[in-house]
Design a binder for this molecule. Sequence first.
Ligand SMILES: Cc1ncc(COP(=O)(O)O)c(C=O)c1O
Length: 368
Amino acid sequence: MKNNFIPLYKPSISLKEVKNVNTCLKDGWISSKGKFVSSFEALFKKKFGYKFATVATNGTTALHLALLSLNIKPGDEVIVPNITFVASVNAISYVGATPVLIDINKNTWLMDINEIKKKITKKTKAVILVHLYGFAYNYNDILSLKKNNLKIIEDCAEAIGSKYGNKYVGSISDVATFSFYGNKTITTGEGGMVVTGNKDIYKKIVFLKSQGLDIHKANNFYNHEMVGYNYRMTNICASIGLAQLNRINSFIKQKKLIFEQYKKFLNKNIIFQDQIKNTISTYWLVTILVNKNKTKKNLEKYLKKNNIETRPIFTPMHKLKMYRNIKKNYKNSEKIYKQGISLPSYPGLKQKEIKFICDKINKFLKRN
Ligand SMILES: Cc1ncc(COP(=O)(O)O)c(C=O)c1O
């Protein structure tokens, strides 16, 4: 086992993905037109019950499109968690709006709905709910937030297939976004998706991502109506996505098992993220808290020496150069940042490998 490197993540690519890509190459449909794009969008809607879905180049541009489609602009405030991947906050900066960073709950690592409500001002136009590491917000909490005359965006990049109540995440916000980066639950290499229940918003997103051209009009060539973007996914990426989406149930099942095995084999004093009542996580990256910063740093080094790849938890946004001027007390973010480590979590990770990782962690913590 010692010489076998265990990566944090690796995508599971089957012959089906290879066959689909070959079809694109053989047929010549390699840009953003082609049957796989519409098939991927159609299956995505059907599988999760979304009304409208359109692909994008990645999860970051999907978020940019979401904010543009809701007309978020300079002077507006958008509430976002202090611990997330940086793209959730950068997208707010792209449209010139002001991110309002909220500390996370120390158990769920998500924002508390009451804390969000306290931060709402006249300028607050939207909230971005990030279902961190696959753990979802509560359905009723989101509905109660909606009553505040705010736009709700769900960043589901890490939570495809997660549920609140009996609905899939992304179902009840104004717009929701997904990422299909190589380490996500399903991948297209680089890729994203935007979903909404509102036809006008959907049409606006398609318009924005297609260079400001109304592609629904017949024979509409070069009649651009605004400064738009090219955020279209290629048919090649969509062909990989379609094959992956057909295998997602198996991925999610394996990821749940991986989480359960880490829980079973790791020492009982190790802390995991809490799942909110009536939600179901899809456990994107199993992330744990160990008790001291020094312990965490040394544990990372020790695991690296043992050929086990890990990642620190996301750096809190208020610690990054671009957002450092947002001064607040982020007690929970600081604590979790100092203690959080993400562990290998990809489908295909074997039980004996998880046991090996856990034995190493337990052994290290016993000595330190
Ligand atoms: C929460 C979150 N939002 C947005 C993104 C951005 O997605 P992408 O890397 O596809 O641009 C990611 C992932 O990388 C993410 O984890």
